[in-house]
Design a protein around this ligand. Structure first.
Ligand SMILES: Nc1ncnc2c1ncn2[C@@H]1O[C@H](COP(=O)(O)OP(=O)(O)O)[C@@H](O)[C@H]1O
Ligand SMILES: [Mg+2]
Length: 510
């Protein structure tokens, strides 16, 4: 009964300095949910971009419904009934839902004159019918910029369906969604399959694969490692195949050895850019050898707190002490030099300069120091050797070594670069905001292990995370932020996950 709809034979794609896909042979069956699993940079998006006509393979061929095809443009892919939802949506934000969906495939009706006009009414009807059929709720007349991310994603899906796509590719569709929205999307994906569509789902979240996929292929560094029936494999096995070695789901962590106080925040009140008090009267301290984890739902003041401590946002009232010195009014660089490192939430706009090379990003906090320059001149060899060493120690992978432009690197490797740069400053205080967001399981584990290792080296760690499991796995002390106030604070062993969750929802007021 299983009929092959897409076949890949010896697909190979090289980019300068890297083989993104290395001799991939794969068959996808009609009507299945086929997951493509692999760490950041494994080659998943590249492979699917070729099937969608965005790149041409250097070698190999695609067969669709048994026919050898040359897919040299997305239009060609659409003609073969292939659709793709990209990681970054491709919608025109001041157009309506329907306008976006029909763009390029409008049906027109002739009025009296010679100019055809777009038959919007009819298209709206068709869109509404598709929404209904697949459970893709969205107002066909809404303007894109007024829609939430999850709604925009539905528009992208409708766009494919409107073009009669039979083979639907999703590139990490859940990375931008909340847990509830994820469940919703997974149900939509099931609906698609149940209506006879073939779905190719790129993800690195093993539990999602377990929930919806029929089969999965695992890629590692451009090579196809294995194909498995999902019902016949375990999350453990998938994880092992993905990273190439066994990984520990639980962290090996000794009890904390609390030392002297490194950071003290005293009755801190911080306004955000809209002059709203995002942080109110917050007090806590972090010691050497301690991971202080702040839990909270997004938007409860976490980012403002971290920005205020690191000096990016001014303080309205209260004080910040670093090793007993009041740093409340100090500049960002002065705080850095005193021993504060910051791994910000927004790694692309705050953490890195995307158009600079890896080397230049790695020396960003060092280039002005003696040893890195001679008079007004920079010491290029020193920059290079330093950047090379960090890349090696922190396993930062990139296409052209330290000369790679950071923008082209995968998210996991960008994050590793920031962490390398910040940790290498040997700061007593390290602030991490969402350090593992969007990363795959291998990178997540290695970053969490790094955090604990730094703690064991006597650093004070402030970890701010939206992931409750991250908080529970790493924390020595847990604080919960809700509406800008600290709701509770306790040693990790004294709070279970449900209780923390309840505080995060503001359920427990004292
Ligand atoms: N346009 C490009 N130019 C150069 N290198 C690229 C390009 N696109 C991807 N790469 C590289 O190819 C490898 C595979 O990338 P990608 O397919 O995006 O991985 P994944 O989607 O699995 O995270 C990575 O090392 C990436 O840096
Ligand atoms: Mg990708």
């Amino acid at each position: 009964m299983t009929e092959t709809i897409v076949e890949m034979r010896h697909i190979t794609k090289r980019f300068p300095g890297i083989i993104a896909n290395d001799d991939i042979n794969l068959s996808i069956c009609k009507g299945e949910i086929f997951a493509l699993l692999g760490e950041n940079g494994a080659g998943k998006s590249t492979l699917m971009s070729m099937l969608f006509g965005l790149y041409e393979p250097d070698q190999g061929e695609f067969l669709v419904r048994g026919q050898q095809v040359k897919i040299d443009s997305p239009n060609q892919a659409v003609a073969l009934d292939i659709g793709m939802v990209h990681q970054h949506f491709q919608l025109v934000s001041n157009f309506t839902v329907t306008e976006n969906i029909i763009m390029g495939v409008e049906t027109s009706k002739r009025r009296l004159g010679i100019f055809p006009t777009v038959d919007l009414k009819n298209s709206e009807k068709k869109v509404a019918a598709l929404s209904e059929q697949y459970g893709l709720e969205v107002d066909p007349r809404a303007v894109i910029e007024d829609l939430q991310i999850s709604e925009r994603q539905r528009v992208e899906i409708l766009k494919m369906l409107y073009r009669n796509a039979e083979i639907l590719i999703f590139d990490e569709p859940t990375a931008v969604l909340t847990p509830q929205e994820i469940q919703f999307l997974l149900q939509i994906i099931r609906n698609l399959r149940d209506n006879g569509k073939t779905v190719i789902l790129i993800t690195h979240k093993l539990d999602e694969i377990k929930q919806v996929a029929d089969r999965c292929a695992i890629l590692n560094r451009g090579r196809l490692i294995a194909v498995r029936d999902v019902s016949q494999t375990s999350t453990q096995e998938m994880a092992r195949l993905m990273v190439g070695h066994d990984i520990a789901f639980t962290l090996d962590k000794k009890p904390a050895q609390f030392g002297e106080e490194i950071l003290r925040v005293d009755s801190l009140t911080v306004e955000n850019e809209e002059k709203y008090e995002a942080i109110r009267q917050v007090s806590f301290s972090v010691h050497r050898g301690e991971i202080y984890a702040l839990a909270g739902v997004a938007g409860n003041g976490q980012v403002e707190l971290a920005d205020a401590i690191s000096g990016l946002l001014p303080v309205k009232s209260g004080h910040i002490y670093l090793k007993q010195t009041d740093i409340t009014q100090e500049s960002v660089r002065a705080r850095n030099l005193r021993g504060l490192s910051y791994i910000p939430e927004d790694r692309q706009s705050v953490g890195l300069i995307l158009d600079f090379t890896l080397q230049d990003n790695l020396v960003l906090k060092r280039y002005f120091q003696p040893g890195f320059r001679k008079g007004q001149r920079i010491k290029l060899e020193r920059w290079q050797s330093y950047a090379r060493r960090l890349s090696q120690v922190y396993d930062i992978r990139s296409a052209n070594g330290i000369q790679t432009v950071v923008r082209s690197m995968s998210g996991g490797n960008q994050q590793k670069a920031i962490i390398a740069r910040e940790i290498d400053q040997d700061s007593d205080l390290q602030i991490y905001v969402q350090p593992t967001r969007g990363l795959d399981i291998g990178a997540i584990t290695s970053i969490r292990e790094k955090l604990i290792q730094e703690r064991d080296h006597g650093k004070a760690i402030l970890l701010i995370s939206l992931e409750l499991d991250e908080i529970m796995a790493c924390a020595d002390t847990i604080g919960v932020l809700y509406h800008g106030s600290l709701q509770t604070e306790a040693r990790a062993g004294e709070l279970d996950m449900e209780t923390v969750g309840a505080y995060m929802m503001g359920a427990q007021h004292e």
